[in-house]
Design a protein around this ligand. Structure first.
Ligand SMILES: *Cc1c(COP(=O)(O)O)cnc(C)c1O
Length: 473
C-alpha cells in the first residue's frame, strides 16, 4: 500500500506522525535498562533499516519504541554522567516545528522569518554577554563554535601581517601559537589541527589548584615568546571546564590578551548559562572583553541537541569569512543571507528552540534551574566529605562532583568497577574521569528535578557497588 504523496505532507499526516511519536516515547523505569553493546547489536541487527516496502507508521513507531527503550533516560536524576541535559518540553516541541518547517538559514529566501528571528536572538545574546557591537550565528555546539573562533583568530593574525589566508592558506602561519589551559576542552587542540596549525601550535598553560589557568605560568610563557620566533595569536579561556567546572580568571586574561594583541576566545559552552543567573553571573566578569564566545544551549540551558551559538564582539570580524557564491548572492542589496557568517551551508532553525523556551517559560525559570543545580552540587560535595569511604578530587565549582571510593588497595580498578556495575544493573549512569592518572567518578548535575535525597541515594549506590563481592581486581 503506497500512501498518496499529497497525504504525506498534510497537517493530518503530521498530526498522525506526532501522535505516533508521543506513543513511541518510552515510559522509562530507571536511568537505563542495562543492555550491553552485544545484546543491542544482536537485537538491532535483526531489523533492516532500509526496507523496500514499509510496515506503516504505527508498526514502524511501535518497533522504534522497543529500540528507544534502551536509551539512557536523560530525565532520570540517576542519569548524571555527562553534559547531557533533560530538554524542556517547549524546546522538544519546537524541535518538531524546526523539522516540519525545515527552514534553511543559509539564505533569506529559504528562511525569511527564521533569518530575522535568529538575528534578533543573536542580538539579545550579545547584550546578555555585554557585546554592544557584537554579532553571532547559531552552531551545532561548542566544537563548531571553538573552531570558528580559532579560524577567525588565525585569519585575522595572517591578515594583520599582510598575508591573505583566503588565497595563500597557511603561508606566514608557521610560528603561530595558541594558548589555552591544560584543562581546556580537547576541541581547542582539535581546531588547531583542523586549521592546519597542528596540535604542536597549542601551548598548554598549567592550571592552579582550582583547575583554573595559572596567571604566573601564563605570564612566564608570554614573556618567553618575546625571546623566540614563536608568535602567540590567540588566548583561549574556558568558562566551565568539563571535569571541574572551573572558570578561568577572565578579566585578568582579557588584560593579557590586550597587552599581547591576542584574539581572546572564551569557551563558555558549559558555563555561559551563568549569564542568565543573577546569583552567578559575576563569575563571568570579563567575558564582555572576549573577541569571541562559544555558548551551548544544549547543556545548562536545557535544549535538545544540537543548539549552540558563536558570538563575536565586533560584527566586522565575520567579514573574514566572506565569499562570493552567485546563487546565494551575499553581496546584493537585498536582505542578509546568514551563510556569510557560518561554517555550514544548509543550516537548521535551531534558534527557535531557545526562543520558544524563553518565551514560554521566561529566563527566571531557566536561571532558577541553574541556581538549583549549582546549590545541590555544593551539597553533593558536603555528602562526599562526610563519608569516610569517599574522597573529593576537588571542591565543586559549577555542577560537577569528581570523587572516588577509597575502600580498596586498588582504587582505580574499584572505581572502574563501581561505574560498570551501576551501568550494567541500570541503577545509575555515572562518568569516569582521570585526575593525575588516577580513576575518579563524576556526577554532572544538570537535572533541575534533583534533590538532596536523590544525591544521598546515588552515593549509597556507589558505596553498595563497592562492597558487592566478586569482580574487583
Ligand atoms: C561540550 C563542550 C564543548 C564541545 O561542545 P559540543 O557542543 O559537544 O560540540 C567544548 N567546550 C566545552 C567547555 C564543553 O563543555
Amino acid at each position: 500500500m503506497n500512501p498518496d504523496p499529497k497525504e504525506l505532507f498534510s497537517h493530518a499526516a503530521y498530526r498522525d506522525a506526532f501522535r505516533a511519536a508521543i506513543d513511541a516515547l518510552p515510559e522509562f523505569d530507571g536511568p537505563y535498562t542495562g543492555a550491553s553493546y552485544d545484546e543491542l547489536e544482536t537485537q538491532i541487527s535483526n531489523t533492516d533499516p532500509l526496507p523496500e516496502s514499509g510496515a506503516g507508521l504505527d508498526a514502524a513507531y511501535a518497533e522504534a519504541k522497543q529500540v528507544l527503550a534502551d536509551s539512557v533516560d536523560v530525565t532520570d536524576t540517576a542519569c548524571i554522567a555527562h553534559l547531557q541535559c533533560p530538554p524542556v518540553a517547549p524546546a522538544i516541541a519546537a524541535e518538531a516545528l524546526v523539522a516540519a518547517t525545515n527552514q534553511s538559514l543559509d539564505s533569506f529566501d529559504q528562511a525569511p522569518a527564521a533569518t530575522v528571528l535568529e538575528q534578533r536572538m543573536v542580538e539579545r545574546l550579545c547584550s546578555v554577554f555585554g557585546f554592544t557591537e557584537g554579532d553571532g550565528v547559531f552552531t551545532s555546539g561548542g566544537t563548531e563554535s571553538n573552531l570558528q573562533g580559532l579560524l577567525l583568530a588565525r585569519d585575522m593574525a595572517l591578515d594583520a601581517r599582510g598575508n591573505d589566508p583566503r588565497q595563500d592558506g597557511l603561508a606566514g602561519a608557521e610560528e603561530f601559537r595558541i594558548l589555552c589551559a591544560e584543562a581546556a576542552h580537547f576541541t581547542a587542540a582539535q581546531a588547531a589541527r583542523i586549521l592546519g596549525l597542528g596540535e604542536s601550535a597549542v601551548v598548554e598553560v598549567p592550571t592552579d589548584e582550582t583547575d583554573r589557568m595559572s596567571l604566573d605560568a601564563l605570564d612566564n610563557i608570554l614573556e618567553g615568546f618575546e625571546q623566540s620566533d614563536e608568535t602567540p595569536i590567540a588566548l583561549v579561556a574556558t568558562a566551565g571546564t568539563t571535569d571541574f567546572g572551573a572558570i578561568d580568571p577572565l578579566a585578568a586574561l582579557a588584560d593579557r590578551a590586550a597587552m599581547y594583541d591576542l584574539w581572546f576566545h572564551v569557551d563558555a559552552a558549559y558555563g555561559g548559562a551563568l549569564a542568565f543567573s543573577e546569583r552567578h553571573e559575576h563569575k563571568l566578569t570579563g567575558i564582555d572583553r572576549a573577541d569571541s564566545i562559544s555558548v551551548d544551549f544544549h547543556k545548562l540551558l536545557y535544549q535538545p541537541l544540537g543548539c549552540g551559538a558563536f558570538l563575536v564582539k565586533e560584527s566586522e570580524s565575520f567579514e573574514m569569512l566572506a565569499r562570493d557564491v552567485a546563487y546565494l548572492d551575499p553581496e546584493g542589496d537585498g536582505p542578509p543571507n546568514l551563510v556569510a557568517k557560518s561554517l555550514r551551508t544548509s543550516r537548521r532553525f535551531d534558534a527557535l528552540k531557545p526562543y520558544l523556551t524563553f518565551r514560554a517559560l521566561g529566563s527566571d525559570i531557566i536561571a532558577s534551574f541553574v541556581d538549583h543545580t549549582i546549590a545541590l552540587t555544593a551539597e553533593a560535595g558536603d555528602i562526599v566529605r562526610m563519608n569516610p569511604d569517599l574522597e573529593l578530587a576537588a571542591e565543586p565549582q559549577l555542577t560537577t562532583v569528581v570523587f572516588r571510593h577509597t575502600g580498596d588497595t586498588n582504587p582505580d580498578a574499584l572505581n572502574e568497577t563501581i561505574r560498570e556495575r551501576l551501568f550494567d544493573a541500570g541503577d545509575a549512569v555515572l562518568a569516569r574521569t582521570e585526575v593525575d592518572g588516577d580513576v575518579y567518578l563524576k556526577f554532572t548535575l544538570l537535572n533541575p528535578k534533583i534533590t538532596r535525597n536523590d544525591l544521598e541515594t546515588l552515593f549509597q549506590y556507589v558505596c553498595e557497588a563497592a562492597v558487592t563481592p566478586e569482580v574487583v581486581a
